[in-house]
Design a protein. Structure first.
Length: 405
């Protein structure tokens, strides 16, 4: 079943049955008027009644050929009177044809036909010597009223049908838009989950990979360093499992449990992996951006989460790719914007002492990391740049403070 058929009211009489009923009504009314035998030069015969039946039969094709039905009805009326049969009036034989033409969008043709039939009929009767007061003063007004009413009724049916079609189309478009909105919302939600999962799990996986290498190199030479590396691996693996459970829970039932809330207060903990990897880390956060003692937040949770995740991904990239030894993380307020900058020195030379001397830095990231950070910033109307700087490599995100609490 099509969408349109589903939206149409049930129980409606089929169009063919309606046309058949109209045809029977037209034939019956005209036949009754003919049988009255008023005027005319000859008595009604079989031909006269067949003519009435023929006008009724035209109604069966009124939807497909309304103009043909209108023309044949008008010409048939002229032929009937030319044959001298009893009077059947002017409006009654053509009323149904006029209504059909107007109903199916041929309003001008209906008006023109009504005017033509009226003029020809009045002129013919006056030329035959009928009384002007009878033809014009008495009968004409009634004929015009019937024909005007038929045309108006047909045009009203057309307008109502178009209104119903417009309502159905609006309902279809509304349903389609609702589906598109739902798909867009689902896509945005999946993209957000993918970004969070990439940032958090990718960060922990990088920490595990790095310290597994450190532990491997330290075994048998520096057991304390190996123990610290294994402890960091255990902690990162635990955090990864927690994040995976949250994500799976959210995918199974988005309304069951809210996402983990991240805060700029946790940046020191976030940079701990870089410190453990042998980097000297300095973190500076504008105090006006931190929650107050009363719990009020200067940033909306969305903006704060975006800043946190950008810093997290940048730190992950530093741990994985940088050959430097120092990292500076700065989050500051600049007018109506919040600026997050992560910069490492990236100097050439041997890696820090706490890092494995056999471990070479990985190639620079060109995949989902930088793209995910940029998408986060642009989704909030901000911008992000990442690339070599005079003293190393820098990631700089600028987010608007619109929507701040």
């Amino acid at each position: 079943m099509t969408e349109r058929a589903r939206l149409e009211p049930r129980g409606r009489i089929p169009a063919g049955a309606v046309d058949a009923l109209i045809g029977v009504g037209v034939a019956a009314v005209i036949s009754i008027v003919i049988s009255a035998g008023q005027g005319g030069r000859q008595q009604p015969d079989v031909v006269a009644y067949l003519w009435a039946a023929g006008l009724g039969a035209l109604m069966l094709v009124r939807r497909r050929h309304p103009l043909i039905v209108l023309a044949v009805s008008a010409l048939g009326l002229f032929a009937y009177y030319a044959a001298g049969y009893p009077a059947v009036g002017l409006a009654v034989p053509v009323a149904a044809a006029l209504c059909s033409a107007a109903e199916f969008g041929h309003l001008i043709a209906a008006v023109a036909t009504a005017a033509t039939v009226t003029v020809v009929s009045v002129a013919f009767r006056l030329l035959e010597g009928q009384s002007f007061s009878l033809v014009v003063g008495y009968e004409l007004v009634g004929h015009l009223a019937v024909m005007a009413g038929a045309i108006a009724f047909g045009d009203g049916l057309r307008a109502r049908r178009e209104l119903q079609a417009g309502a159905r189309r609006l309902a279809e478009l509304t349903a389609q838009q609702a589906r598109l909105d739902a798909e867009a919302h689902l896509h945005a939600e999946r993209l957000a989950i993918a970004r969070d999962l990439h940032d958090s799990v990718g960060h922990d996986a990088s920490v595990i990979s790095l310290h597994a290498e450190v532990a491997r190199e330290a075994v048998g030479r520096d057991d304390e360093a190996a123990r610290r590396a294994l402890e960091l691996i255990r902690s990162a693996a635990t955090a990864m499992l927690v994040e995976l459970r949250r994500t799976v829970t959210l995918l199974r039932n988005p309304g069951e449990r809210p996402r983990a809330v991240v805060s700029l207060e946790d940046l020191d903990e976030l940079t701990r992996s870089a410190t453990a990897a042998g980097f000297e880390v300095r973190t500076t956060v504008d105090p006006t951006l931190l929650p107050t003692a009363a719990g009020a937040r200067a940033l909306s949770s969305t903006t704060e989460a975006a800043v946190y995740r950008i810093v997290q991904e940048a730190i992950t990239n530093v741990v994985r790719h940088s050959t430097g030894s120092r990292v500076v993380v700065t989050v500051a307020r600049d007018g109506h914007e919040v600026v997050a900058e992560i910069r490492d020195d990236g100097t050439a030379g041997p890696p820090p002492a706490d890092r494995s001397p056999d471990r070479s830095p990985e190639p620079a990231a060109t995949g989902n990391g930088l793209r995910g950070m940029r998408e986060r910033a642009e989704a909030l109307g901000g911008r992000l740049t990442a690339g070599p700087a005079p003293d190393g490599f820098a990631v700089r995100a600028v987010l608007p403070l619109e929507g701040a609490a």
